[in-house]
Design a protein. Structure first.
Length: 99
């Protein structure tokens, strides 16, 4: 893994290709002090990937997808880099994840 600054001020971890997301995948992750994070992908099967756009999932406890935030109840696709950065800002501002 290496650090990437693809999304504005947010330093994400760029994950190695060839995972379950496919050899053509770009995958980034970030975790915030509030306990939430994001998984950002772009590949042939992601929403918008064929158009060069990204898909973001909110990550909660235990690195599981989180479907019950005020931001979204699903993954969000068809995002530009700037829209991903805006979504990361919203995730960063969520209340601290309860234990």
């Amino acid at each position: 893994m290496k650090i990437s600054n693809e999304f504005g001020k947010y330093n994400t971890l760029e994950c190695e290709a060839g995972s379950v997301f496919g050899a053509d995948a770009e995958r980034y992750s970030i975790t915030f002090p509030n306990g939430y994070g994001a998984s950002i992908i772009r590949n042939a099967r992601s929403y918008g990937g064929n158009e060069g756009l990204f898909e973001v999932a909110v990550i909660g406890k235990d690195n599981a997808l989180c479907y019950d935030t005020p931001i979204t109840s699903d993954v969000v696709g068809y995002l530009t880099r700037e829209e991903v950065a805006a979504m990361l800002a919203n995730i960063e501002e969520l209340s601290t994840l309860g234990v």
